[in-house]
Design a protein around this ligand. Structure first.
Ligand SMILES: Cc1ncc(COP(=O)(O)O)c(C=O)c1O
Length: 440
């Protein structure tokens, strides 16, 4: 049996006094003491002092195996020698150069070599900035006002797309249409006029809504969520065919899914999007975002001649230190790394299924590339509704118990693997998982 939340929290407080004191002091100067997300399942966050390989060391002196991977961003692990060397060299040349560096073209080539869909690249500082830019691009290119996105999908902290992050809110009982619902207070009034919410993995309803709105619809934004949801690739192919037929742009959010294969989710689903947005791993641990696509779409960002009417900028976008870290990461993400991660993922997936089967706890595991997600439910995870049926209370207790055993998987994105991990790290996680559900 998994320990009670109360018991686990008491144990947590006992072994994390320095983190408690840090958090308690910071509550005066920082809203909530720290950024959102750091709390997941624990009463307060753990403060990390050092990250190396797949290990984290906290300020109370405890070591963890890092299955969070900085919100999925550190696929090569922490302090990878090639990345640190590239960053040190870049820092040696100054912190900001007042002008472009030759790294811009070099990393663009890494994208272009991998992705059939990409001929040109523009850098930003985050996945959010990329989705904001892509939103403006699709409206400017097509002259149409609306964007469709899927209920449950997140494309960054973006006023024009942050709608219906939860699938259970505001469904219409008398219509196939999902009522657009701004995710947060403070978003601009009437933003919902220009957004259409689609149901994930429901081709009939999607087709009906998209056909009805085709004249106003600039683009569909889509994240296939490999390793998070079990969406058949046929659904992605269907979206591509439908958007091509109706002259609607197809934007693939690869901010997380790029880590699922050398060619991201577009490689897995064999779909060529019009525009792709990136973040996370392409900065090698530095703040980053990128947009890529065919020149016929990307040229809207080219103001070197007559003004196109759309300008995108950012003081630190394309910073040479970020690009150095990103380039070293992309260059070291060899096919062998993906094979290694895939093998570990398979072992972890299989091991989790066995543990919950033996414990008679309903469980579905979804995995792809280097992400493994566990849902305590009998429902196949083919949409977000199935995710909401998972026993979240039990899962959070399991995660807190794992944290106490040195397994760091903190942001609700499942178990995220990185290159330095070896089979022993997977066996260790499985042993601790087994212990967590079988103790008092
Ligand atoms: C799918 C997806 N798109 C976009 C973003 C936004 O990226 P960023 O946090 O770099 O702004 C995220 C962040 O987690 C994401 O998961």
């Amino acid at each position: 049996m998994v320990k009670s939340l109360e018991k686990l929290q008491k144990e947590f407080q006992k072994v994390n006094p320095k983190s408690f004191s840090e958090w308690n002091n910071n509550k005066k100067t920082l809203p909530g003491g720290v950024i959102k997300g750091a709390y997941f399942s624990s009463p307060y966050p753990i403060y990390i002092q050092k990250a190396e390989g797949c290990k984290l060391l906290d300020i109370d002196g405890k070591e963890y195996t890092d299955f969070s991977n900085h919100h999925t961003a550190m696929i090569l692990g922490h302090s990878h020698p090639a990345v640190i060397k590239a960053v040190n060299e870049a820092v040696g040349n100054g912190l900001a150069l007042s002008a472009p560096s030759i790294l811009e073209g070099q990393i663009a080539n890494e994208f272009i070599q991998r992705f059939t869909s990409i001929e040109q690249v523009r850098y930003t500082n985050s996945g959010t900035e990329s989705s904001i830019t892509a939103g403006r691009m699709v409206r400017a290119i097509t002259g149409k006002p609306k964007i469709a996105k899927f209920a449950g999908n997140y494309h960054g902290f973006n006023d024009s797309l942050e709608f219906n992050l939860s699938v259970t809110e505001n469904t219409n009982s008398d219509s196939e249409y999902i009522k657009p619902s701004p995710a947060w207070d403070g978003m601009p009034e009437h933003g919902e006029k220009n957004i259409i919410i689609l149901p994930m993995n429901d081709p009939e309803t999607v087709e009906m809504i998209v056909r009805e709105n085709k004249n106003e619809l600039a683009a569909i934004f889509f994240d296939g969520k490999p390793g998070i949801l079990d969406i058949p690739i046929e659904f992605t192919q269907f979206l591509r065919n439908l958007t091509s037929e109706l002259d609607i742009l197809f934007v693939m959010d690869e901010v997380i899914s790029f880590r699922s294969s050398r060619t991201g989710y577009q490689g897995i689903s064999k779909v060529i999007p019009d525009i792709s947005i990136f973040g996370k791993i392409v900065g090698g641990g530095m703040p980053v975002g990128a947009i890529g696509g065919a020149s016929k779409f990307m040229k809207i960002l080219d103001n070197s001649g007559p003004a196109t009417g759309l300008s995108q900028s950012g003081t630190f976008a394309g910073n040479h230190i970020t690009l150095a870290a990103g380039l070293a990461t992309m260059q070291n993400l060899t096919p062998e790394v993906y094979t290694h991660l895939d093998k570990l993922r398979e072992k972890l997936h299989k091991g989790i299924v066995e543990i919950f089967d033996n414990a008679n706890i309903p469980c579905k595991v979804v995995s792809k590339g280097s992400i493994v997600n566990t849902y305590l439910t009998n429902k196949p995870i083919t949409n977000f509704e199935a995710v909401s049926s998972s026993n979240q209370e039990l899962w959070e207790r399991i995660m807190l118990s794992l944290l106490l055993k040195g397994i760091y998987a903190r942001d609700g994105m499942g178990f995220v693997l990185s290159q330095p991990m070896q089979e022993k790290d997977i066996q260790n996680l499985l042993k601790n998982l087994n212990d967590a559900i079988d103790e008092n």
